[in-house]
Design a protein around this ligand. Structure first.
Ligand SMILES: O=c1ccn([C@@H]2O[C@H](COP(=O)(O)OP(=O)(O)O[C@H]3O[C@H](CO)[C@@H](O)[C@H](O)[C@H]3O)[C@@H](O)[C@H]2O)c(=O)[nH]1
Ligand SMILES: [Mn+2]
Length: 739
């Protein structure tokens, strides 16, 4: 690749460009200065009220408000790092043609697809993801797709055996007809041109789909019966084989040099890998799976470029690898460019995205901020890596155990030869990593539930740079959780993972700032302390309201100058966020839902994340794990999701703070009205609290609906409503002691 870079430099091919908006940057910095001054004023106010508190009750109140605002200010300050230097990039894949003239000029590409459970991640979806990348517009014999099956399921293997056969027809079909949607499922549900050829291939696809889904429904025993003569399933025939305890299973399903498609052209390599599992060793979840793939692929193809994908993230644009090459082959970005990150975008999001599943801040807005610094974080999927990044910093190569895995090693043997397969099995075994640097200096990093976050962070600390690539045509689409609890659990897992990094030796405030500079350090700090948001949001969800119920004034009254400071800080933060959100292809309604979900997550995901993290640190309940997000669809649930109804349905502790807050806010708003009415219209001193409670009530509308107005399966279980009402009563009873 280095010689390609030199050639690109010599001929001055324009492969990409950078765009900054001086106006935005100036505004952001200016606004940050004013807002910062507002915060200073607020803390002056807090300190004076602390010093002037007359009773223990008012002291506690002031301390709580002070701490909450301090956390909000901290999160605000760290978030400013994203606003100092936003940068957008564009790439020009058309110019690659002049640089890469022959197929052999293209670097090889190894694609890693992870799946972990055939029931939560239906094999047919995984197959569609794989087909969408196998059909990339790229020299086919340069592509190898490795599927990691942590579910150790013969059902997934079976689905891929079928997919390998279907690929022989699908790939030439896409090429010949210049199909853009190369995920077959998406293609056949789109408005495609109907003719005899499309009819024929659709029948093939449907046949495969029915067969795979049938077998998945009937289960493993049926599969082993039906495929009695098939050797590939032999490992599953031993009694001791379970998803959590089994030998490594590696099957080459397609070998490029041997298998041809129906038009006689080569097919990509397709390899199924289920690493060895044992009940006694730690597997490090997805990071462990990816490291296995790094090694297995090194024994087979050892491509210099690697694409990591989650099983639900299909490719939506066959030219995506070319876009990544526009950066990797750029001599200016040079040898330090470690990875190119595409945004996670989602298909099947409800019209106004009720659960804020698009996570625009995480996947669209913040990466632009990172982009103007040293590059964006690694988001786990939709990422093209240079293989070399997994073996030490740009100028500190970690030489290691087997020279056969070195990123420079050239594989000469057939991937199906016994020698290669033996080595592949060896490196996929449980014990292989014992006493090695895998997971700390080599490969994807261990030690956090968000392996993507810690890996990208460590790579950047070592000196690798990255690029955020966000083309007009969306490059990858994934699934969003369509169920509230799934969504909350996912964010809880992430926030715990981030916090693990905050409490490790890699704390971004110390280690991060030292190795990458202040702004990069602050960006990573912002994520690392994500769950700190539970403090201010929980306080603001209950405290002003409980005070209001008891007639205690806690904010300045309307005509007070300090009230203006409060209003400025509130509207300033919300207004700026709204503008940025809309700018990131958002709408007003989506933004509204997004801010609501931020509050909901704070009192559930982050709060429980905090509790679980503490319990774990104390040694109680130490084994929280990677709770897989379900991608399987329940028809009734999907219907309600499309109608944008909040899905409760079950009694989960996660829902308790949300519903209790909803009740307290409504009750306090009503109490406030009564108080004002009783006092003959004296509203000024309680106005700010009425505003907070009113804002809470408006935000909680879907919760009241789920409590009282709905009758479907997704409504709030009455038990939960009663529980929350009792809790709310208890809270206001305790609050009355502070009077
Ligand atoms: O033990 C495991 C657990 C998970 N996975 C795979 O990891 C991926 C992500 O899992 P998912 O349940 O979809 O988690 P999400 O929260 O949706 O994923 C986000 O967050 C993860 C970190 O928590 C990142 O790895 C992902 O790339 C990112 O999309 C899926 O393909 C799984 O099959 C494994 O391979 N082995
Ligand atoms: Mn996912």
């Amino acid at each position: 690749m280095e010689n390609m870079r030199a050639r690109a430099a010599a001929k001055a091919f324009l492969l990409n460009s950078q765009h900054i908006s001086p106006l935005t940057i100036t505004f952001n910095r200016f606004f940050a200065a004013i807002y910062g001054a507002g915060l200073l004023a607020l803390f002056y106010y807090h300190i004076t009220s602390l010093l002037n508190s007359t009773s223990l009750g008012s002291f506690y109140l002031s301390v709580s408000l002070f701490i909450s605002d301090a956390v909000l200010a901290f999160m605000w300050a760290t978030a400013q790092a994203f606003r100092m230097n936003p940068l957008r990039r564009r790439e020009f894949p058309a110019n690659l043609k002049e640089l890469l003239e022959k197929d052999s000029d293209f670097p090889a590409l190894d694609v890693f697809i992870c799946t972990a459970d055939p029931y939560k991640e239906p094999p047919m979806n995984v197959v569609n993801t794989a087909l969408s990348v196998m059909a990339y517009d790229y020299p086919i014999s340069k592509i190898s797709v490795y599927v990691s099956d942590d579910g150790g399921s013969a059902l997934t293997l079976f689905a891929f055996m079928e997919a390998a056969r279907f690929a022989a027809a699908w790939l030439p079909f896409c090429r010949k007809n210049d199909v853009v949607d190369r995920n077959p499922d998406v293609f056949f549900t789109s408005n495609y041109h109907l003719n005899s050829e499309t009819e024929e291939i659709k029948i093939m696809y449907e046949k495969m789909k029915i067969e795979v889904e049938n077998i998945c429904e009937k289960g493993m025993d049926e599969l082993l019966n039906v495929k009695e003569e098939c050797m590939a399933f032999n490992p599953w025939r031993t009694k001791s084989f379970t998803p959590k305890h089994h030998p490594a299973v590696i099957q080459v399903l397609l070998e490029s040099s041997k298998n041809k498609d129906i038009s006689g052209e080569a097919l990509p390599n397709l390899i199924y890998v289920s690493r060895q599992k044992s009940l006694t060793s730690h597997h490090h979840f997805k990071a462990g799976a990816l490291n296995t793939l790094l090694r297995v692929s090194a024994t087979m193809t050892n491509a210099p470029i690697i694409l990591t994908l989650d099983c639900d993230m299909y490719s939506n644009d066959p030219h995506t690898p070319a876009r990544a090459l526009c950066y990797f082959l750029d001599s200016k970005l040079g040898n330090n460019l470690g990875y190119v990150q595409f945004p996670q975008r989602f298909s099947g999001v409800s019209k106004n995205d009720i659960y804020g599943g698009e996570l625009k801040h995480v996947f669209m807005m913040n990466p632009v901020g990172f982009n103007g610094l040293l590059g964006t974080n690694y988001a786990g999927t939709g990422t093209f890596f240079i293989r070399r990044v997994f073996f030490g910093g740009p100028s500190s190569f970690e030489s290691f155990d087997l020279s056969k895995h070195s990123p420079n090693h050239v594989v000469e043997r057939s991937i199906e030869s016994q020698e290669v397969l033996d080595l592949a099995h060896l490196v996929a075994s449980c014990d292989y990593e014992n006493n090695t640097e895998w997971g700390c200096k080599l490969g994807f990093r261990y030690g956090s539930l968000v392996e993507d976050f810690i890996t990208g962070y460590c790579l950047q600390s070592e000196g690798w740079r990255s690029v955020f690539c966000n083309p007009k045509r969306v490059a990858f689409y994934g699934d969003v959780p369509i169920n509230l609890l799934d969504g909350l659990n996912q964010i809880k897992r992430w926030s715990i993972g981030f916090f693990e990094v905050a409490f490790s030796k890699y704390n971004p405030i110390t280690y991060g700032v030292r190795s990458m500079g202040l702004l990069m350090g602050l960006c990573y700090t912002h994520y690392a302390f994500w769950l700190a948001w539970c403090i201010p949001v929980t306080v603001y969800a209950f405290l002003p309201q409980l005070a209001l119920i008891n007639g205690i004034q806690i904010f300045p009254q309307v005509w007070d100058a300090w009230f203006v400071v409060y209003i400025f800080l509130f509207l300033g933060a919300y207004g700026q966020d709204l503008v940025e959100f809309i700018h990131a292809e958002g709408t007003l309604k989506k933004w509204w839902n997004d801010q609501r979900m931020w509050m909901i997550r704070s009192v559930s995901s982050f709060l429980f994340g905090c509790i679980e993290f503490t319990l774990k640190s104390l040694g109680i309940n130490p084994n929280f794990g990677f709770n897989l997000t379900s991608k399987a669809m329940n028809e009734e649930e999907s219907k309600r999701y499309k109608q944008e109804l909040f899905e409760f349905g079950v009694f989960s502790p996660m829902f308790v703070p949300i519903t209790t807050a909803a009740i307290v806010n409504l009750a306090s708003f009503v109490c406030g009205l009564i108080r004002i009415w009783k006092s003959g219209g004296a509203w000024e001193h309680l106005f700010a609290q009425m505003l907070v409670a009113g804002f809470g009530v408006v935000n909680c509308w879907p919760i009241y609906e789920a409590m009282a107005l709905r009758n479907d399966e997704g409504k709030l279980p009455p038990k939960l409503t009663f529980f929350s009402i009792s809790l709310a009563l208890l809270l206001s009873y305790f609050a009355s002691f502070f009077h």
